[in-house]
Design a binder for this molecule. Sequence first.
Ligand code: SDX
Length: 431
Amino acid sequence: MADDSKSAKLIYDGAEYDLPVHSPTAGPDVVDIRKLYAQAGVFTYDPGFTSTAACDSTITFIDGEKGELLHRGYPIDQLASKSHFLEVCYLLLYGELPTAEQIEDFEFRVTNHTMLHEQMQYFFRGFRRDAHPMAVMVGVVGAMSAFYHDSTDISDPWQREVASIRLIAKMPTIAAWAYKYSIGQPFVYPRNDMDYASNFLRMCFSVPAEDYVVNPILSRAMDRIFTLHADHEQNASTSTVRLASSSGANPFACVAAGIACLWGPAHGGANQACLEMLREIGTPDQIPEYIERAKDKNDPFRLMGFGHRVYKNHDPRATVMKQSADEVLELLGIENNPTLQTAKELERIALEDDYFREKKLFPNVDFYSGIILDAMGFPQSMFTPIFAVARTVGWISQWKEQISDPQHKIGRPRQLYLGETYRDYVDVENR
Ligand code: SDX
């Protein structure tokens, strides 16, 4: 629980208002303004929520100044090197690292929910083959509420648990099938004798015409990429899931809303946009031109994969991702990948530039992920769907936390209204 011993004072229009302050276990104090409108008749104003805590949570903590990311207190670099994705899923969902028995049971439950209802295939076939896989995922995940009625009642803890397992388990199948559909290959069913990451790679890359052996290097890298993207406090897509769930919407609809938000290039779409940018830059000698464009206020171009709302030192995930990119490309014998070389040179030049240093801009989680995924054989259009597969556990953990709170209310922000005040209707002949 927060420490509530402090308070703040607001002086407005000749009156003073005492506002409670809550001190967290880590991070900044928060000034509680829940009663401000009732007491003072004023709103606070914070478009983009740069200074607003929308909830309390015990799941993930980010220290933007230190470049620290903790999941239930455990640092992301240790989880990425010592844990594996389904264990991180358990940690995010239930709050503690599992015992050997607990993780065995959890993996069994997830593994045995990876298949989709057979009729769901027809949703895929309703899309054009060139539909973006994110459009397919939004549609198919939303449609899950039409197939899994026995896990849509959010007031029932057992149904919440089943929906959580189903979403974590089925997202790789949905993403893989969206990819297969886009390239005209048959859907590949999941196998219960494979781990989560290996299953996903096999569903994406195997074909009926020949045996497929999962490369353990790629499977380990895939699992680590899932871990690095699992959760990230109250980011835009997680906030979307929380807002949707505040109305009582079912978990499949809430996650579909999160997928839609993640798609944007300022958020989860940045990994695809970043690789497209690196390809557009081409060779390192072209970098200065793009650096100047990124600094030009009259040019909408931004360095994709750079900058972050919270991290003002470095993104710890990008550090791990960069190491993983080096390892994977070397093990694949493509360490001289020109895109990786351009990315490293771009990072070096940008981090020496005063503009980026003053604005504290540096690579984020999306800067190197696309290079690894590209080397693994994924098309750019699959980068954000992979982000969505990983982030599903974060969305669901935050969704469970919110609806399990008996105090939670529907989210309904107000506004600073700058439009017309009251005026009477004018008949068309008098306009
Ligand atoms: C993710 O929130 C999360 O946690 C997200 C995420 C997660 O795990 O959920 O971490 C995943 O979304 C990572 C971010 C991926 N997006 C990108 O890489 C797109 C490029 N980055 C930017 O669009 C931007 O940096 C954001 C969106 C990430 C952050 O934007 P903010 O916090 O709103 O910052 P801002 O846009 O107000 O920028 C501050 C200044 C501006 O200059 P001034 O107006 O002050 O002069 O920095 C500049 C911006 O112009 N700036 C950039 C830049 N990012 C910010 N200039 C050039 N290139 C960039 N990439």
